[in-house]
Design a protein around this ligand. Sequence first.
Ligand SMILES: [Zn+2]
Length: 52
Amino acid sequence: MFGLFARKDPVCGMKEEKGKGFEKSGKWFCSEQCSKGYEKEAKQTKHSHGCC
Ligand SMILES: [Zn+2]
């Protein structure tokens, strides 16, 4: 099982590394590009599953 501290970039799957990347909305991203991609995807998911 992964510990609470082992987070990874939900976009590219890179493991969190100290001194690299940044945190946004409780998630870790390796780069600005990945966080933007994640936000984009989240919005699209909301739309496609927007039943309620
Ligand atoms: Zn990434």
